[in-house]
Design a binder for this molecule. Structure first.
Ligand SMILES: [Zn+2]
Ligand SMILES: [Zn+2]
Length: 342
């Protein structure tokens, strides 16, 4: 089968190669991939700025159909439409974090798409516990956005625990920021979304997805706009989804005293901010990385409730052979979510 493979360490070293189709072991499930999302992490793997283990097939945000189950597997059947928690592909199962269900901190963890083979290909094999059945009304396209959506679910509902009646600020209208917005808007939380100069298209999407106010921080002072929108108080919670120093500072400034700040994006560098802001406003700072299996269960309940759909986040679908175009679009701020298919 054709697959997008990081074939050697270093910058680049990525191409479509012919590889063997994976064989379904007795305790495994074989999934035919329908769609797999392109994500910033894939670009980092390409540039070798995210840990990877070549040769490895990229792609970790996907959905597809079960085509084969191993003879020791029960409770999963061919034909079922599923999305897959790829991040638990390899864990030790014995460390403190594995025992607590916080697999993301397992020192031996390797996720699909960089640690082990991922889904920019026709087939993958996974363990049955990595599989989540999607409801009938949900398309395989939107189910392919489950992995980033799970990160939003953890950030909004588990880490920040946004409550009805609060006002939220999302700084950074990329896919994760917009997914956070979808959750908040569905709960009726008043949400301000801020972006940079080149984010016009994404800010327009934010308005479609229910943002109470969007602010282009290049044209408008964000702190000022937030003060105006909140009657001078500031927001209750801020989700930093841009990974930019100016955005971090803007979030801290926009928060009211006793407000909660959550770091959802990666800055990728050291940044400076006045830590006294934490003191004087008695802020709570948290980080949110990925999700747990419990988050994925919660996400499936959210899908079943039917109030949130994700298809309007998808702007382009391309075959994996056109990965260069797809990767360029993902790096570009114009597209929302780019999917590839075998
Ligand atoms: Zn991703
Ligand atoms: Zn472990």
């Amino acid at each position: 089968m054709k697959a997008l493979v990081k074939f050697a360490p270093g910058e680049g070293n990525l191409d479509i190669l012919d590889v063997d189709e994976p064989v379904c072991g007795p305790r495994q499930v074989k999934v035919e991939i329908a769609f797999c999302g392109v994500c910033g992490t894939d670009l980092h793997v390409m540039h070798d700025t995210f840990r990877n283990y070549p040769p490895v097939i990229l792609g970790h945000e996907f959905a597809g159909t079960v085509v084969e189950t191993g003879r020791e597997v029960a409770g999963v059947a061919p034909g079922e439409r599923v999305t897959v928690l790829g991040a638990t592909a390899v864990t030790c199962g014995a460390c403190r974090y594995c025992r607590e269900g916080r697999f993301i901190f397992c020192p031996q963890r390797r996720g699909m798409g960089h640690g082990v083979n991922g889904a920019f290909a026709r087939y993958v094999v996974v363990r049955p516990d990595q599989i989540y059945r999607i409801p009938d009304h949900f398309t395989l396209e939107e189910a392919a956005i489950s992995e980033p959506f799970a990160a939003a679910v953890q950030a909004v509902t588990e880490v920040t625990q946004v409550r009805i009646g609060e006002t939220a600020l999302i700084s950074g209208p990329g896919p994760i920021g917009l997914l956070c917005l979808k959750l908040l808007a569905a709960e009726g939380i008043r949400t301000i979304v801020a972006g940079a100069a080149s984010d016009d298209l994404r800010l327009a999407a934010a308005r479609d997805f229910g943002a109470a106010l969007t602010v282009n921080a290049a044209q408008q002072d964000l702190a000022e706009a937030v003060r105006e929108a909140t009657g001078g108080t500031g927001v209750d919670v801020a989700l930093e989804c841009a990974g930019h120093p100016a955005s971090v500072r803007a979030c801290l400034d926009a928060l009211r005293p006793m407000g909660r700040y959550t770091q959802v994006a990666i800055c990728g560098r050291e940044i400076q901010f006045p830590i006294d802001l934490l003191f004087y406003k008695q802020l709570t700072l948290s980080g949110s990385i990925c999700y747990t299996a419990r988050t994925w269960e919660r996400m499936m309940h959210i899908y079943q409730q039917g109030r949130i759909r994700l298809h309007d986040l998808i702007s382009v679908k391309l075959p994996i052979t056109e990965w260069r175009t797809a990767f360029d679009l993902c790096g570009d701020r114009k597209a929302l979510k780019v999917l590839m298919h075998p």
